[in-house]
Design a protein around this ligand. Structure first.
Ligand SMILES: O=C(O)CCC(=O)C(=O)O
Ligand SMILES: [Fe+2]
Length: 279
């Protein structure tokens, strides 16, 4: 795994709100990630978010944007091994310029052949904490191209975004009802080879194209929360019992739900020290 990033990459990330890092994974690691993600997604079955019953019908528009399976690290040993990795945490911390990184949630996002586009959206407004420094990694498990649904970004929008949310609906441009000025910007596509990755700020406007090919566009992603972030009252992936125990303003710091995978000056969890059980 590539563990070094340059100052130019950090500057580009801070300026544009995203950066592509070529060849994050070695060919052997890529094979390992593909196998682990395929296995974890298959054994999860239809449960999109762990512990939650679905209401979406199989033929809904959203189900044909991608197969989405959230928090595979929590129910799959191999995915836990891949996700609880201080090297990934350090890359995220260096780019975001924060002290410590917790996993908010991972997700496999698999665009099957002939999938719908992913509408323009911001990530952080959905989450149970607000941070201008939250960051996500998106690892391509297949070559991501403009034909099969690579990501697109509106550079710089992370600096202007607020926490107002619009749901990802069927109209890919609905975000521009909230941010009309952004409708005039040119999007930057982020094609990348399998094994490469991008990092994006969780407030940057982004989306992905349709999959116009008969092949898969698989991606493994992880949303990261800067250590010290506080509960904002939103449910997102938290279970009702967890919400009941939280007050707005509480620091989200339970390693069973939001493991601290890297910190510059305090101990962080490893596979061996990760506490087990539900929070
Ligand atoms: O892979 C996609 O289609 C969308 C990915 C995305 O929105 C994200 O990783 O935040
Ligand atoms: Fe997103």
């Amino acid at each position: 795994m590539k563990t070094e990033i340059t100052q130019a990459q950090i500057d580009a990330y801070q300026q544009n709100g995203f950066v592509v890092i070529d060849d994050l994974l070695t060919p052997q690691e890529l094979e390992e990630w593909r196998e682990a993600v395929d296995e974890a997604v298959n054994s999860r079955g239809k449960q999109r978010i762990l512990g939650r019953t679905e209401t979406q019908s199989d033929d809904s528009y959203y189900n044909h944007v991608f197969v989405q399976r959230v928090n595979l690290w929590q129910d799959n040993d191999k995915m836990r091994e891949l996700m609880i990795d201080a090297r990934l945490g350090k890359l995220a911390a260096d780019l975001a310029q924060v002290e410590g990184i917790r996993i908010w949630h991972d997700q496999a996002l698999i665009k099957q052949p002939w999938s719908n586009p992913t509408g323009w959206h911001l990530d952080n407004p959905y989450w149970s904490f607000h941070s201008r420094d939250a960051i996500s990694i998106w690892v391509a498990l297949d070559d991501a191209t403009v034909h099969n649904g690579c990501l697109y970004f509106l550079p710089g929008t992370h600096k202007l975004a607020t926490y107002d949310n619009v749901g990802i609906g069927q109209n890919i441009g609905d975000l521009f009802k909230v941010y009309p000025d952004w409708a005039k910007l040119e999007a930057t596509p982020a094609p990348m080879k399998a094994g490469s990755c991008s990092f994006h700020n969780a407030l940057i406007a982004h989306g992905a194209g349709a999959n116009m090919t008969p092949g898969l566009r698989r991606a493994m992603t992880c949303a990261y929360m800067p250590d010290g972030s506080t509960f904002n009252g939103q449910r997102n992936i938290l279970r009702p019992e967890q919400i009941e125990r939280l007050q707005i303003g509480d620091i989200l710091d339970d390693d069973r739900q939001v493991p601290l995978i890297y910190h510059r000056s305090k101990p962080y969890v490893t596979l061996e020290t990760l506490p087990v059980g539900e929070w």
